[in-house]
Ligand binder design. Structure first.
Ligand SMILES: Nc1nc2c(c(=O)[nH]1)N[C@H]1C(S)=C(S)[C@@H](COP(=O)(O)OP(=O)(O)OC[C@H]3O[C@@H](n4cnc5c(=O)[nH]c(N)nc54)[C@H](O)[C@@H]3O)O[C@H]1N2
Ligand SMILES: Nc1nc2c(c(=O)[nH]1)N[C@H]1C(S)=C(S)[C@@H](COP(=O)(O)OP(=O)(O)OC[C@H]3O[C@@H](n4cnc5c(=O)[nH]c(N)nc54)[C@H](O)[C@@H]3O)O[C@H]1N2
Ligand code: SF4
Ligand SMILES: [Mo]
Length: 730
């Protein structure tokens, strides 16, 4: 018997944990954390620990598929690429380049080469119709970066925090939310050091259980709660007047706009007491080096841009940004961050520079094109109608809002192709499913998580951590699998086009496009190392150099000096905008209709989103750990609400919104706010299939309209805090 250990990067989520795989007689038998890894320090989650099984899940495709009259045929991927390219050409000839759209889902991001080649392909065919899951996730972050501006030196990291405010995020499960690569350990250490944690969430989440102060709010009032905190911070004189004067604009407009948000008024509808609101403001006001992190909850419940914006405004009011002369340790390994200058970038437009959609006056914003409107772009006839959709590592049928409309849209397409290792609910409507190599079978780096570090406070790495990973397992015997980038290359080759790859080692897209590599399709497909070299062109540490050190494959701290934050030049034009007119008018708008629109008696509950430890959106539902822990898709309901409606734990329930209804199995959960149902997204059947609440669960996307209550900038509709009613299913 031979035993061996190999290092790997788990790409099952953005966290990109450095793990170890145990091999027995050449077969992977276990995957686990690596306690010597300097960033993850032994961390792994149940999905990572299931990776060796994931490669042979029954649902895993070993061949690409093409739809035929009798179902699906196994297909050579190269043949599929040639056929799809021909079809795309016909569609473009008839309807123009923008009739071909690309949707990049969560897995399209986690694999940089596929992402970069997909974008390059779209550029080559001259289509601007590139959509991603960002606009149905936390688009408020990109809008805030534009309107508020970015503090170039960044914020403080968990080792330095004396305080942290988390709103509508659960980093102990989601690994997003700013507590670093090993959130449980980092949070524990920070708290031991005296850091105080404030959590604002309708659920007593794993993270809220650690909080010094938990505001168990009603969902959908985050803008009001933050405005109230701002009002109190200013009124009680906690703000940093010197920082505000030197580095920000808009203070007086802000002060005026938050006046209506008194603790008394906000406490009337936000589900928290006046005292709790004031206590949260005082506690945050007492912090010197703190961070505010918002998650999907506030972004999906109606005022995402405003909530994200006000989160940053509080940090700027308090001056919780890294200052001149301080050290910045995360100076980048594979990704270049912002220059280490103690200065605001200035406010830039969030829209008005890109592609305009034909529907609802929506257009490209700093968060990208509105995915919430893509179904309409497919369904609305006329010039510019989308006829072909390429789905890279996503699952629109279970992830997009308005499942009923999404279904109609998918059926309407002349060409639908999914790049996915499984035949998903979108896959079963597709003309082609392209089966990729996965995890152990691919080259990867920790760059995706590092790049994320520039988009969310406390995301990414603390310091100069990086890892490289080469394949550690052959593809299954008899399979015919590709990496998505090879597929895009084959399509481009068929169309006689070259591909121009932008480096992904820069935050600024303009700089990225100055670091391009042209992939000539009359030459052979480049080897994987050259591909990664191109993807990371211009990175602080060269990929090829990094490969020379065996420790890079285990995950290590690269030897790079921390930056000393520089003083801004005297003529620096930038600033932080804490009173942006768009956000000030949004504050006025919500102050005029306090408490939002009254909830119709017909829909007295609010359905909120939440994530599951063992699943990843619509994927990993087959994992053994999930099946053991949670055999059914749960609708978590407070027992007092169950009593009110006359349901018992485990009963099947119907959840109905203005849009439609779904069936789920109820789970009694004292940790859910009374009046809320917490239901994970990414489950359920397609609208033309039988409901299957036991095995498939209910799709929360089916409960939302994509064209009502949507954000006018990003197009995100209400995907959390959806008004619903609840009844027992007989
Ligand atoms: N109501 C409601 N709706 C939501 C949310 C919510 O909280 N509430 N969350 C939203 C959010 S935050 C997001 S990001 C979206 C997610 O939206 P999507 O990204 O569209 O959905 P996922 O389920 O993450 O789809 C990922 C797909 O990638 C596939 N995959 C796995 N590994 C690979 C690989 O190596 N290569 C390729 N090509 N594919 C792979 C998986 O099988 C899966 O089908 O959903 C959104 N929808
Ligand atoms: N295990 C696991 N990890 C994941 C994923 C997964 O599916 N499973 N998905 C990945 C993806 S795509 C993403 S984007 C991240 C998301 O990461 P997070 O944003 O941390 O996602 P959640 O864990 O769903 O936390 C959202 C929280 O918002 C609360 N909430 C809902 N509505 C409201 C509201 O109106 N106001 C407030 N204040 N709170 C509200 C919910 O109770 C929930 O606790 O996680 C990623 N990581
Ligand atoms: S947290 Fe994400 S990257 Fe880490 S082991 Fe789990 S699924 Fe993999
Ligand atoms: Mo997401």
């Amino acid at each position: 018997m031979s035993l061996e250990q190999k290092h790997v990067i788990c790409r099952a989520c953005h966290a990109q944990c450095g793990l170890i795989v145990d091999f027995k007689d050449g077969k992977p038998v276990a995957t686990h954390g690596n306690k010597d890894n300097p960033a993850y320090a032994g961390f792994s989650c149940s999905k990572g620990r299931d990776l060796q099984n994931y490669h042979s899940y029954p649902s895993r495709l070993k061949h690409s598929l093409k739809k035929s009259s009798g179902g699906y045929d196994d297909y050579e991927w190269k043949t599929a690429a040639k056929e799809m390219a021909k079809k795309i050409k016909l569609i473009i000839n008839e309807h123009g380049p923008d009739s071909v759209a690309l949707y990049i889902g969560t897995f399209g991001y986690n694999t940089f080469p596929s992402h970069a080649f997909a974008l390059a392909f779209m550029k080559a065919i001259k289509s601007q119709m590139i959509f991603t899951s960002v606009t149905i996730d936390q688009p408020g972050k990109a809008i805030t970066a534009a309107l508020h501006g970015i503090w170039l030196a960044g914020g403080y990291r968990h080792k330095e925090w004396d305080g942290l405010l988390i709103m509508g995020s659960n980093p102990l499960v989601s690994m997003l939310g700013g507590v670093g690569a090993n959130p449980a350990k980092n949070l524990h250490e920070a708290k031991k050091r005296g850091m105080k944690l404030i959590v604002i969430d309708p659920r007593v989440t794993e993270t809220a259980k650690q909080a010094d102060l938990h505001l168990q709010c009603n969902p959908g009032y985050d803008g009001e709660i933050l405005a109230c905190i701002i009002r109190t911070i200013i009124q009680e004189d906690y703000h940093d007047k010197d920082f505000i004067k030197k580095e920000t604009k808009g203070f007086s407009d802000l002060v005026e706009a938050v006046q209506p948000f008194t603790p008394k008024k906000v406490s009337e509808f936000a589900g928290v007491t006046e005292e709790e609101l004031v206590e949260a403001a005082r506690l945050y006001g007492s912090f010197k080096k703190a961070d505010i992190s918002l998650g999907t909850g506030p972004n999906m419940s109606g005022a995402g841009n405003l909530s994200e914006y006000l989160g940053k405004v509080i940090m700027s009011l308090m001056g919780h940004w890294r200052r001149e002369g301080e050290l910045k340790e995360n100076v980048g390994v594979f990704v270049n961050g912002f220059p280490p200058i103690a200065a605001g970038s200035g406010s830039t437009p969030a829209t008005g520079f890109g592609k305009k959609l034909r529907v609802r006056d929506l257009e490209e914003s700093t968060a990208g094109l509105p995915t919430g409107a893509l179904a309409d772009e497919i369904l609305t006839p006329g010039k510019g109608q989308v006829k072909a959709l390429l789905v890279l590592g996503g699952n629109p049928m279970l992830a997009w809002p308005d499942q009923i409309k999404t279904f109609k849209a998918m059926k309407k397409l002349e060409l639908l192709a999914c790049f996915d290792p499984r035949k998903t609910k979108t896959g079963i409507l597709s003309d082609y499913i392209i089966a990729p190599k996965i995890h152990y079978e691919r080259y990867s780096t920790s760059a995706p998580n590092e790049l994320l570090g520039n988009f969310g406070n406390g995301w990414g790495y603390e310091d100069t951590y990086g890892q490289i990973c080469d394949p550690i397992l052959d593809v299954p015997e008899g399979s015919n699998l590709c990496e998505e980038q090879e597929f895009f290359y084959e399509m481009a080759k068929e169309l006689g086009l070259n591909l121009t790859i932008n480096s992904m080692a820069f935050v600024d897209p303009n700089v990225a496009s100055q670091n391009q590599t042209i992939i000539k399709t009359d030459e052979p497909f480049p080897d994987p190392i050259s591909i990664w070299e191109a993807i990371l062109k211009g990175s602080p540490v060269s990929y090829v150099e990094a490969r020379k050190d065996p420790d890079s494959f285990k995950g290590k701290r690269f030897d790079r000096k921390p930056d000393i934050i520089q003083k801004k030049p005297d003529d620096w034009p930038g600033y932080l905008n804490i009173g942006h007119p768009i956000m000030i008018s949004k504050l006025k708008e919500i102050s005029l209709k306090f408490g939002g629109s009254p909830i119709a008696d017909a829909f007295p509950f609010r359905l909120i989103s939440r994530r599951l430890k063992d699943a990843l959106n619509s994927a990993w539902h087959e994992s053994s750990s999930l099946k053991k822990r949670l055999p059914h898709h749960p609708a978590y309901i407070n027992p007092s609400d169950m009593l009110k409606v006359g349901i018992n734990d485990g009963d099947l329930v119907e959840i109905t919104s203005e849009r439609s209804s779904i069936k789920c199995k109820s789970y009694s959960a004292v940790d859910v706010k009374v009046g809320c149902l917490a239901v994970p997204h990414g489950w359920g059947t397609n609208p033309d299939e039988e409901d299957d609440p036991i095995n498939s669960g209910g799709n929360t996307g089916r409960l939302s309209f994509n064209d009502k209550n949507f954000d006018p900038i990003t197009g995100i509709p209400i995907m959390s805090a959806i008004p619903v009613k609840l009844s027992k299913l007989n």
